[in-house]
Design a protein around this ligand. Structure first.
Ligand SMILES: [Fe+2]
Ligand SMILES: [Fe+2]
Length: 166
């Protein structure tokens, strides 16, 4: 932990650590939801959907790394027990029990929309109080916005394909 680095944060640092840990729980659940979704996916444009889900899985893991690094840097303890993922999560976990691509897309779009709200809130909280965390959450926010758009674009392509073949 950097002592001065922690002191300059103009926020309740323990509360901030709690919020970052909640986001960390979201990232691990999002990672697994994408990763397992990519394995079970079935239906039209499966190859494209699987490639996108796999890419997003990798990026959610990258977000988890950014969050853990910052939590440790400011003197916190990252969640150590996977059981805490479901206890602390903001956005939850949608079980991909229906492997049809459109169902997976719908679940993951909802997840991204929740993630966008979480990081927007974190950006607002840290904006002038903690520029380092702010920079991290804004970079994650940009990825989540891109993820939502990627998934919505795939759904639009599937819709177009269905119209053409109707
Ligand atoms: Fe993420
Ligand atoms: Fe995402």
């Amino acid at each position: 932990m950097g002592t001065r680095g922690r002191e300059i944060i103009g926020l309740d640092v323990d509360k901030l650590i709690e919020l970052l840990n909640k986001a960390l729980a979201d990232e691990w659940l999002a990672y697994y939801q994408y990763w397992i979704g990519a394995k079970v996916a079935e239906g039209p444009m499966r190859g494209e959907v699987v490639a996108e889900l796999e890419l997003h899985a990798t990026e959610e893991l990258g977000h988890a790394l950014l969050l853990v690094t910052r939590i440790i840097q400011i003197g916190g303890t990252p969640l150590l027990d996977p059981k805490e993922w479901s206890e602390k999560t903001n956005c939850g976990y949608e079980i991909p029990s229906d492997p049809y691509v459109e169902s997976l897309l719908k679940q993951n779009i909802a997840g991204e929309q929740c993630a966008i709200s979480v990081y927007q809130k974190l950006a607002e909280i840290t904006a002038t109080k903690d520029p380092i965390t702010y920079e991290i959450v804004v970079s994650i926010l940009a990825d989540e916005v891109e993820h939502e758009e990627d998934l919505e674009a795939l759904q639009e392509d599937i819709n177009l394909m269905k119209m053409r073949h109707a």
